[in-house]
Design a binder for this molecule. Structure first.
Ligand code: ARG
Length: 270
C-alpha cells in the first residue's frame, strides 16, 4: 500500500522565461520560445499540485533571470534549514540571493548561501535519511562535504557523465523514502555500482524515458507527476503501485528543465 504525504512546494511563474544563453545542451538561443505557452504549461503543473492537496508558495519572478522558473535550483531545505544555491554560471548567479531573501522573509531562519558551487535540489535529492548529491557538471564535489556538515545527514556523492543529464534531478527521481528511479548511463561506472548497492529495487528508466526528461519528476509517495512522454517509465510506475500524472512541459524543456526543476520542496522543521 502506497500513501501520499502532502508536500509544501515553492514555484516561480515563468513570466520572464526565455532561452537567450546556453549553459546546457538543451538550450538553443536560436530557437523561438513561446513564453505564454510556457506559463500555461507551468500553470498546469501548479494546478496539478493543488489538486493533489499540496501547498504551493510562489516567489516573484525577476525580469532578466529567464531560468528563475527552475525553483529546484534555488536551495536545499531539510528540517526547515536552508542551504542556498551558489550557481556555476554568471547568468544565474543573481537567483541565489533572490531565493535567499524569499526564504528569509518566509520563516526560514538564517538561510545560508553555500561556499562553493551548489545548485540546490537540482543536484541534491533526499531519500529517507540519505542525501544523494550529484556532481560532474554543476555542483562542486566539495559542496557534498559542505552539505553533509550543514544538514548532518550522510551525503552520497554521485558523478554524472552525460552532459544532457547535467543535474542529478535529470537522471534520478525519488519516489518514496526508499524507492528511486534512475537512468544508469547518466552515471559513472562507480556511481552506477553505488546506486545498485543502495537501491537494488530501483526502477530503471530507458534511454527514451530519459530523453524526454521522464526522471525530472516529483512524487508524494503515491502520485508521481512526470513529463507525459515518459511512456515506459509511467507504465513501470503503475505496475509498482504508483499513480501517474503526465504533463506537457515542452516549452520549459527548451531550457533543459521540466517538472522537478520547477519545484523546490520546503521541508519544515521537525
Ligand atoms: N536552464 C537551466 C540551467 O541550465 C535549467 C535548470 C534545470 N533545473 C534542474 N533542476 N535540473 O541551469
Amino acid at each position: 500500500m502506497r500513501t501520499a504525504r502532502p508536500r509544501h512546494y515553492l514555484m516561480c511563474r515563468p513570466t520572464y522565461f526565455d532561452v537567450v544563453y546556453s549553459i546546457n545542451p538543451w538550450m538553443d538561443p536560436g530557437k523561438p520560445v513561446d513564453t505564454a505557452l510556457a506559463v500555461a504549461q507551468w500553470e498546469q503543473l501548479r494546478q496539478t499540485y493543488l489538486e493533489l492537496g499540496h501547498t504551493v508558495d510562489l516567489i516573484d519572478p525577476v525580469d532578466g533571470l529567464p531560468d528563475m522558473v527552475f525553483a529546484a535550483n534555488g536551495a536545499t531545505i531539510i528540517d526547515g534549514r536552508a542551504l542556498v544555491a551558489r550557481f556555476r554560471d554568471a547568468e544565474r548567479v543573481a537567483e541565489g540571493p533572490a531565493y535567499r531573501d524569499w526564504l528569509h522573509t518566509n520563516g526560514f531562519t538564517n538561510p545560508t548561501t553555500a561556499e562553493v558551487v551548489n545548485e540546490g535540489e537540482g543536484d541534491y535529492l533526499l531519500v529517507g535519511d540519505l542525501l544523494l548529491a550529484g556532481t560532474g557538471f554543476r555542483s562542486d564535489p566539495r559542496s557534498h562535504d559542505e552539505a553533509q556538515e550543514f544538514f548532518g545527514r550522510p551525503v552520497i556523492g554521485l558523478t554524472l557523465v552525460d552532459p544532457n543529464f547535467y543535474h542529478l534531478d535529470t537522471a534520478l527521481t525519488v519516489l518514496d523514502d526508499e524507492t528511486i528511479a534512475y537512468y544508469p548511463a547518466a552515471f559513472s561506472p562507480g556511481s552506477q555500482a553505488v546506486l545498485k548497492r543502495l537501491f537494488p529495487d530501483a526502477l530503471i528508466a530507458t534511454a527514451d524515458d530519459a530523453r524526454v526528461f521522464g526522471l525530472n519528476a516529483t512524487s508524494d509517495g503515491l502520485n508521481v507527476v512526470l513529463p507525459q512522454g515518459a511512456i515506459a517509465l509511467a507504465e513501470q510506475l503503475r505496475t509498482r503501485g504508483f499513480r501517474t500524472v503526465g504533463l506537457d512541459l515542452s516549452e520549459l524543456l527548451k531550457a533543459g528543465g521540466s517538472v522537478k526543476c520547477c519545484t523546490l520542496e520546503l521541508r519544515p522543521a521537525l
